[in-house]
Design a protein around this ligand. Sequence first.
Ligand SMILES: Cc1ncc(COP(=O)(O)O)c(C=O)c1O
Length: 392
Amino acid sequence: MVMSVIEVAPLEHIRRERSSIKWTRFPADVLPLFVAEMDYPLAPEIVATLVERVQASDTGYLDGPGPLAPAFAAFALNRWGWNVDASHVHLATDVSVGIVEALRLVVPVGGHVSITPPVYPPFYELVEEALGNVVETPLIEHGGTWLFDFAALEHSFASGIDAFLLCNPHNPHGIVWARAALEKLAQLAARYDVFVISDEIHAPLTYPGATFTPFAPLAVTAGARAVTVTSASKGWNIAGLKCAIMVAADDATNELLNRLPEEVACRTSILGLHANISAFGCTDWLDNAIDQIVSNDALLNSLLCEHLPAVIYHRPRASYLAWMDLRHVGLGDNPYQRILVDARVALNSGESFGLGGEGFARLNLACSPDTLREAVARIAALVARVSAEAAA
Ligand SMILES: Cc1ncc(COP(=O)(O)O)c(C=O)c1O
């Protein structure tokens, strides 16, 4: 049930007010539905916290997570029943930095890091930044969803993998991994001593009816080494505030994280830390945002059925990213490019998500319903034009 509709300002207004990539990358006639930023206004509690901290001139360096650790622990317990030991929480500038720093601790130079594409494109670059090599084990499509290829993963783990980069929930598909699948992964990781880094940035945005399972407790049960990297940055749209946390699954991993360079915490934004604390207490805003996204997911599904029936839409169970199979719409090998250039709608190219992403595109659902309607109308007009040309 939608508690209250989040008022989304007209696009021209947002474009005038905001200076982020979403509003500057393309000309004004392009509908920006690419990068994972929301069009929603910030939660008023976060705005008030930021104003208060700035007015207090509280803009120095951080020394550690401080009150963020218990704030996250309370959220994780209430939301997912995950009992986080606050002393296992460490700061990082953002989730990407947290992943790189975790990789640096556990992957030797030239070591091997397993990922499961199609997946969040920077995973490739983060591994490279940590001087490791990516080993791809693509997800397998089965019965309208995607699964881990456990046989291939085991084969790969047995050949010498240092770390596994888990996307939980999975970007771009919005898959909320089943507990059984994560248990199996934890057991495999324990058997071959593969260190798991679980990126759980999208977890707060899990839809009603889906059950998110944090990986760390499963790792502990299976005897696998693991760290969770997360932030309020996606759920509450505060990526620019630069603050994330790394949570060690057990005492031994915590010892490892204690060896992180001091600068990793110091470089984290103090405003980001306070915004994260405020966000993890703001579950009403979060639930309301999820309601809007769920309603946009249903709207997109019905718009596609009506105007673009050749698109196969794999509906998410978390976050605001819609993964669409455009291989049968008649826009050629690179539908993303055609849609950008000729329909003036910016999506994310499926190809950038790695193996298995070709012919797909990702669309951002955290916008107003009118923006979605306009995007589908523009793409449908292009598809109709192209098919008329082909028939002529
Ligand atoms: C799976 C995933 N991890 C990490 C990030 C980036 O997080 P941060 O901005 O905190 O580095 C994103 C951004 O969309 C993401 O989807």
